[in-house]
Design a protein. Structure first.
Length: 231
């Protein structure tokens, strides 16, 4: 089963970026730009998690959040509010209104993804795999252990996140810029060559045997589909 996330956000570039990253992690994503449209949509279809912007045309995020909490079908719907910097008071009000969590814009994508996972793991544990497998490699997100053919590997924190990112979407080719966004986050300034350095370290840490990371010339990297047995 695929966890479904609805994004309610009127800034299109942000909405697209969130959609891209959520889809890369295997979520099914629905996007809505207006608060009132979101309310209508949520009467027909309740997702597993809602990413809700604060300032929206139609009905504001906070008002929508309040209304959702009064309805039976959405009373327990996990909601993460997206707020602008300097809305400290509003954030407190947001939590009081019933949001489960909030992030302040501009936020780090990996951090938001971690929060999405953490909330879903609590609310819908059956939807979030704590152990990812690709061929003979096993990655446990909770214990942060990686094994290959049962033997434990020692990965640095960046290599771990990089491998996790690849294993969420086997076969998908990621550009260096996409890997930077998804693994390091947008706010961190690192050169694209840093990606090559860490992919090199990851390959080394994965040890002898077939290389599961495929270099796609002119494009980037992916987890080899042949390695995972995915057609
Ligand atoms: Ca907005």
């Amino acid at each position: 089963m695929t966890p479904r996330v609805m994004i309610v956000e009127d800034e299109e570039p942000l909405s697209l970026m969130l959609r891209y990253n959520l889809e890369a992690e295997g979520y099914q994503v629905d996007t809505v730009e207006r608060g009132d449209d979101a309310e209508t949509r949520l009467r027909e279809n309740v997702p597993d998690l809602l990413l809700l912007d604060w300032m929206l045309p139609g009905v504001s995020g906070i008002e929508l959040c309040r209304r959702l909490r009064t309805r039976e079908q959405t009373r327990a719907l996990p909601i993460i509010m997206l707020t602008a910097r300097g809305e400290e008071q509003e954030r407190i009000r947001g939590l009081a209104t019933g949001a489960d969590d909030y992030v302040v814009k501009p936020f780090s994508v990996p951090e938001l993804m971690a929060r999405v996972r953490a909330i879903l793991r609590r609310s819908r544990p059956e939807l979030i795999a704590s152990v990812l497998r690709a061929g003979e490699i096993e990655l446990d997100r909770e214990t942060h252990r990686v094994r290959r053919r049962g033997r434990e590997l020692h990965l640095g924190p960046t290599e771990f996140r990089l491998l996790e990112f690849f294993m969420q979407a086997p076969g998908r080719v990621f550009s260096r810029a996409q890997l930077l966004d998804g693994v390091w986050g947008r706010d961190v300034y690192v050169d694209e060559r840093t990606v090559d350095v860490h992919v090199g370290r990851l390959r080394k840490a994965l040890g002898p045997g077939r290389d599961p990371i495929r270099t796609v010339r002119g494009s980037g990297y992916s987890l080899d589909e042949a390695f995972t047995g995915v057609a």
